[in-house]
Design a protein around this ligand. Sequence first.
Ligand SMILES: [Zn+2]
Length: 68
Amino acid sequence: MDIIDYYNEKKWCDSCASYVNFLMSVDDSYCVHCGTKVRLFNKEDLKNFTAALTKEKDQRKGRRVKAS
Ligand SMILES: [Zn+2]
């Protein structure tokens, strides 16, 4: 899973609608192109990433988790 390495270097900008290089400030990060506040993932990727993490966690627990 190399998704994490990739996203460490860029963040999602809503205005540019793509992953961009960003400037860090104390609390937030901003797109170098348009200055919009960026975030780590877009919505779709956040969903995938969370799903992947959850799956991994369940597997580590040893498949005792079934939909109940
Ligand atoms: Zn931008």
